[in-house]
Design a protein around this ligand. Structure first.
Ligand SMILES: C[S@@+](CC[C@H](N)C(=O)[O-])C[C@H]1O[C@@H](n2cnc3c(N)ncnc32)[C@H](O)[C@@H]1O
Length: 260
């Protein structure tokens, strides 16, 4: 294994949580692509168990952060490339495995089709694609707080106004992969736990806050919400975060499919 203690930490925190389901499909000979790698935490974690890992992201800041992480951890088998997953700068059949983590959820069907065609092109025959994404239908949230319900409703108003199934993306991954030329071989689900302690609850509150403040002007602009509703939703999350018995388990659906 080529990793130091900080990578072990990533494997436990991110790779362990986010990519554990894909690990049985990876070997020490695997050449892996992590598409939409963000800051590279999962790519770096998986680099510890494959021959070579490449992370791509369209966002230059994400690639800069990923390169800093690679430098910090001293990994020599991971590279990060600024690239668009719909037009990948790699030869046909370069990779044994392609991973999409929290990347495909809000993409349009047209982008999904292009992205999965690229994944198929850069995969070797017999290679695997894995996806892990959210599905609000599986979330567990307690206690019942009006402002939190309002926040969920606001997200639904925003994300489902042009695609009624968009918040239940996770469960559709297998059928989407099959439609795009892959053969699903495994499906499952796991949870992100925002309940264990005050820090993990604050993470959920900060996430909700970021999202509500980011979407707020657009929701109000399109007439989907009022400023008062945004404020009530924010207050609801603060109240949730202050309850020591609050739980929030966020469902993540997982799928692995083969490129025949
Ligand atoms: C929610 S983040 C997930 C990052 C990472 N996979 C993780 O789970 O930690 C989604 C990432 O997908 C990237 N992304 C979105 N569209 C992309 C595209 N067309 N090509 C490459 N990356 C893209 C974004 O820049 C962002 O870093």
């Amino acid at each position: 294994m080529r990793h130091d203690s900080s990578i072990v930490e990533f494997q436990q925190k991110r790779g362990g949580d986010c990519a554990a389901f894909f690990v049985p499909f990876l070997t020490s000979d695997t050449i892996l692509l992590d598409a939409g790698c963000g800051p590279g935490t999962i790519t770096a974690a998986l680099a510890g168990i494959v021959a070579k890992a490449v992370g791509v992201d369209i966002e230059p800041k994400a690639i800069a952060a990923a390169n800093r992480l690679a430098a910090r951890t001293g990994l020599t088998n991971v590279t990060f490339v600024e690239a668009d997953m719909t037009t990948l700068p790699f030869e046909d059949g370069t990779f044994d495995a392609v991973f999409f983590h929290a990347v495909l959820y809000h993409e349009s069907r047209a982008v999904l089709t292009r992205t999965l065609a690229e994944a198929r092109r850069v995969l070797k025959p017999g290679g695997f694609v894995a996806t892990r994404d959210a599905d609000v239908g599986g979330n567990v949230l307690h206690p019942e707080i009006d402002g939190v319900h309002l926040a969920l409703d606001l997200w639904q108003r925003w994300y489902e106004h042009d695609d009624p199934a968009s918040l239940r993306f996770g469960r559709q991954q297998g059928s989407i992969l099959r439609t795009n030329g892959f053969t699903p071989v495994w499906a499952g689900a796991s949870y992100v736990n925002h309940s264990a302690d005050a820090a993990s609850r604050s993470e959920a509150v900060a996430d909700a806050r970021r999202s509500l403040l980011g979407l707020g002007p657009q929701l109000v602009g399109k007439g989907f919400a009022t400023d008062d509703e945004i404020q009530a939703a924010l207050a609801g999350w603060e109240a949730w975060g202050a309850d020591p018995d609050a739980v929030y388990f966020r469902c993540r659906c997982e799928c692995v499919a083969r490129r025949d």
